[in-house]
Design a protein. Structure first.
Length: 331
């Protein structure tokens, strides 16, 4: 091999190397040191990464977002948040992807203390906050004290039990109709006429009272169009339910009334979006749903409820993986 003829030094992309030019046209590159430098390093999570779900609240004006419950396991789910009448607690359901294993839990808004209230789903506080209505697979629908004690099944067949403003009266779906249930007597009466019942093939679990206690919003499948619809029915006026929105993509879409009773907050999954987002729908004025601009834009929403004082919205959501700053371990 020929003798060394020359040395050249260079920097390429922060990599320092030395090239040694030898005889007979041969060049040997000797790497001296490799170092990458940057003011800030970021990383992008895998495209199919799944983030753990959270139960959060944010001010209606969007000024504050607080995570009350953050799950450790990305396979666990949170849904059906429900504020207590005094807005001090939020009840919700937590389950590992299987509603048969769902547990009802309650978190204190200030302090984040979580209490397990037992098996069940779709919790709803009574108007005095002393009891919670629930549904439980293989059990039926029932009520319990707000601390989980004195659990009592009221009906084996039904789903989506909710309290009316009258603490002795509840409503639920028997899958074809909305049923009024008198707690003291056990008497059940249908809210629909046979004509309305024949127009629907299924009434889903997601029911919600208007603040004045005069109307119920619910989700049902229309027989003629074979589409899922959001409807409102009046308790005081015997008339067919009013269709607010047709063509819902999910039977388990959650919705709730605004405290003023004029709008309904609903999750909608629009084509091209990251997933279900929050929209407002005017109850009395026909029109398209309007996005709730103050809601977090980096989360898929699986359930929502408006606080009774009108200041906060609780959401069960899943954050979208974001590019994050990487903090390198100390050398």
């Amino acid at each position: 091999m020929g003798k060394v003829r020359d040395h050249d030094h260079d920097d390429v992309g922060g990599l320092r190397f030395t090239s040694i030019v030898k005889g007979r046209g041969q060049t040997e590159i000797v790497w001296k040191r490799m170092r990458l430098g940057a003011d800030e390093l970021n990383y992008r999570p895998p495209e199919k990464a799944t983030m753990p779900m959270t139960l959060s609240i944010f001010r209606v004006d969007g000024s504050e977002l607080r995570d009350l419950v953050v799950l450790d396991d990305s396979t666990e789910r949170i849904a059906s948040p429900a504020w207590s009448p005094d807005d001090l607690f939020i009840a919700f359901e937590q389950f590992p992807g299987d509603v048969d294993l769902s547990r009802i839990k309650k978190v204190k808004v200030e302090g984040g203390l979580v209490t397990d209230l037992g098996a069940g789903t779709v919790p709803d506080f009574s108007s005095d906050g002393k009891q919670i209505a629930f549904s439980a697979r293989n059990e039926g629908i029932g009520i319990m004290n707000s601390d989980g004690s004195e659990r009592r099944i009221l009906e084996r067949h039904g789903w989506g039990l909710i309290w009316s403003p009258n603490p002795s009266e509840l409503f639920f779906s028997n899958y074809r109709k909305l049923i009024r249930l008198d707690v003291s007597t056990g008497r059940q009466t249908s809210l629909f006429s046979d004509t309305v019942t024949n127009e629907l093939t299924q009434v889903f679990w997601n029911l919600d009272w208007s603040p004045d206690g005069q109307r119920i919003a619910f989700n049902a499948m229309d027989r003629s169009s074979n589409k899922r619809q959001l409807l409102v029915t009046s308790l005081s006026k015997p008339q067919p339910p009013k269709v607010l929105l047709s063509g819902l993509r999910y039977s388990h879409v959650d919705h709730c009334w605004s405290p003023d009773g004029n709008r309904i907050l609903i999750q909608i999954d629009q084509p091209g979006s990251i997933g279900r987002q929050l929209f407002l729908l005017d109850v009395d004025q026909a029109g398209a749903p309007i996005p709730l601009s103050s809601a977090p834009s980096d989360r898929i929403v699986f359930g929502a409820d408006w606080s009774h004082d009108g200041k906060w919205i609780a959401i069960a959501s899943q954050p979208i993986p974001q590019i994050r700053r990487w903090n390198a371990p100390p050398e």
